[in-house]
Every structure is written in C-alpha cells, then in structure tokens.
Design a protein. Structure first.
Length: 81
C-alpha cells in the first residue's frame, strides 16, 4: 500500500520504513522486490528527515519569556518562502 507522501505522517512513515528494513535484513526477497523496497525506503527516509527538519524549525521558533509566556519568533526561512 503506497500512500501519497505529502499526507503521510512521520510515525506511519517510520513504521513503514522499519518494516522495509526488517524485510531487507531477512534477505529472502527476490532481487526485483528488494530493489523496489530499497527505493521506497530511501524515499521514506528522505520524507522523515524533511518532517524532522520542519519540526525542528518550529520548535526553534518557540521563545519563552522571563515571565514564562510562550511566543513564536519568525524564522528567517519564512522570509524566503
């Protein structure tokens, strides 16, 4: 089952990636299927890395004032978009 990556949450992508790794580590897949799984795994890894980068940018924007209130700071990257 292939879900459009843009709609695939991080946790689901990681579960799918872990399942692919297990299959590949078993070494029982036919070559063509192993290559397809490897390719999907590479795509999922990149997707997960991008989601983590986006999450880090959001967390980095959170500012706690001395009074303990939270606010968001604009990221310099937002100006480029």
């Amino acid at each position: 089952m292939t879900i459009e990556l843009s709609n695939l949450p991080f946790e689901e992508a990681m579960r799918e990636l872990e399942a692919i790794v297990r299959k590949l580590e078993e070494g029982r897949l036919p070559l063509d299927e192993a290559i397809k799984n490897y390719e999907r795994g590479a795509i999922l890894r990149t997707h997960c890395e991008n989601l983590l980068k986006d999450a880090k940018l959001k967390v980095d924007q959170i500012v706690v004032s001395p009074e303990g209130t939270l606010s968001l700071e604009r990221s310099p990257l937002e100006d480029e978009i």
